[in-house]
Design a protein around this ligand. Structure first.
Ligand code: NIG
Ligand code: FE
Length: 411
């Protein structure tokens, strides 16, 4: 099947020579073609260019996009969107002044979600995650990484990962899964954290690998959660099973998480509220994508990650939603861009690079997604009529996605 999108006002994020990521000052540059066409054959992009250069195409279904723009779908490289229940009572506690760590200490937070995860059936988890997936698709996301980490027992971690596997098989999104057994220490292991780490290493990782349930391995390496030494042991064990690291780091302190992530050639280190020169130096020259989660920092009222300092040092930067019930109950990547522009002073072009090509890299799909390039999978959205590219993050409360195409199919 051939689908031609013609008269596109602006075709955004085009690449003739596909790149792995965009870094430093290049992030302020976005390749676009005005008055463009895009040809999709089956599930892939086969051609694009200026309308005036468009050849005659036979047997195409045509969609006239006059006044509208075409973007590559967002890649959301960090979410926890399989979960049971919601945590708005903690939201009220937060409003009253309790910190994320205080809520966690009182048995709220991740442990609260773990209790509900234990009670939920696979079917319930699948249905609620599917609703969230339909919502993020309608807001322009075309690829998403989903973590386990609300199970915290062998059986419940496997349950979560099996649900993610079913979502991979049954939805049009491109999905990557990460095993996050070391998300929090379950209540029954209180005071015996080392034993829980042993359980993650000796039982969970081998079983996850045996069923091929995860693409990556994650650890919450931060103050009050898992130490650098524990993270090192877990990542080392994961590596032996072919699970590349992709970790939570430096959200609550200068935890050493970034350095241990880089040591294991992590695909990404995420959160990064606490980043100084040592962390930047560790990231320089590495293959690890620094990833910032503006929705979580907004929701928890946390300091902003020093993104300008990282980009000035020549680093690339990705943005993701962190969609989860505790610290970021939204998977709206367009809002993530707006928050990045307003709170972190990122330029709209930087935010678009960070939510497309760079976040594609951060979930290992940059060869297939994240830009408009010949041969890549046709995950794109057509906007409503908008005046400029900058209008996307500017109009922060409007869903400007008009039509979604995933794997070449109009949804
Ligand atoms: O990325 N920081 C650690 N984990 C999640 C929060 C999960 C939760 O509170 O349920 C996050 O923000
Ligand atoms: Fe997270």
């Amino acid at each position: 099947m051939k689908l031609l999108i013609s008269n596109i006002k602006t075709l955004v994020q085009v690449e003739n020579e596909p790149r792995k990521w965009v870094a430093g000052s290049d992030m302020a540059h976005l390749n676009c073609i005005d008055d463009a066409y895009l040809l999709i054959e089956d599930e892939r992009i086969s051609d694009f260019g200026k309308m005036e250069d468009m050849p005659e195409f036979d047997g195409v279904e045509e969609y006239d996009a006059t006044g509208r723009m075409v973007f590559p779908s967002f890649c959301d490289s960090h979410t926890h969107l399989v979960y049971a229940g919601s945590r708005e009572l903690e939201y009220t506690d937060k409003i009253k002044g309790l910190s994320y760590e205080e809520i966690a200490k009182r048995g709220g937070g991740i442990l609260n979600s773990a209790m509900r995860m234990h009670e939920a059936t696979k079917g319930e988890l699948y249905d609620s995650a599917l609703e969230r997936i339909h919502e993020i698709i309608s807001m322009g996301t075309g690829a998403v990484e989903i973590k386990s980490g609300y199970g915290l027992t062998v059986q419940d971690e496997l349950k979560m990962l099996r649900v993610i596997k079913k979502l991979k098989e049954t939805t049009p999104l491109t999905i990557k899964s990460s095993f996050l057994g070391a998300h929090a220490v379950p209540a029954e292991y209180k005071g015996r954290q080392g034993e829980y780490v042993n359980l993650v290493i000796n039982e969970m990782i081998p079983m996850v690998a045996a069923e091929n349930l995860a693409d990556y391995i994650d650890v919450f390496c931060d103050k009050g959660f898992f130490t650098v030494e524990e993270t090192d042991r877990i990542l080392n064990a994961g590596m032996k099973y072919g699970l590349r690291a992709k970790i939570h780091a430096n959200e609550l302190d200068y935890s050493g998480g970034i350095q241990v992530g880089v040591k294991y050639n992590a695909l990404s280190v995420d959160h990064l509220e606490y980043v100084g020169d040592a962390e930047i130096n560790a990231l320089k020259g590495s293959a690890t994508m620094p990833t910032v989660l503006p929705g979580a920092a907004f929701f928890l009222n946390m300091p902003c990650s020093p993104v300008r300092k990282m980009m000035d040092a020549g680093l690339p930067l990705a943005l993701a939603s962190d969609f989860n019930p505790g610290s970021s109950p939204s998977g709206n990547m367009k809002l993530v861009m707006s928050l990045a522009c307003i709170n972190y002073k990122m330029l709209p072009q930087e935010a678009i690079n960070a939510t497309t090509i760079n976040s594609a890299y951060a979930m290992g799909v940059e060869d297939e997604l994240g830009s408009i390039a010949k041969g890549k999978i046709a995950n794109v959205f057509i906007t409503k009529e908008i005046p400029s590219v900058e209008y996307m993050p500017y109009a922060y409360g409007s869903n400007l996605v008009d039509l979604v195409i995933l794997k070449g199919k109009v949804l």
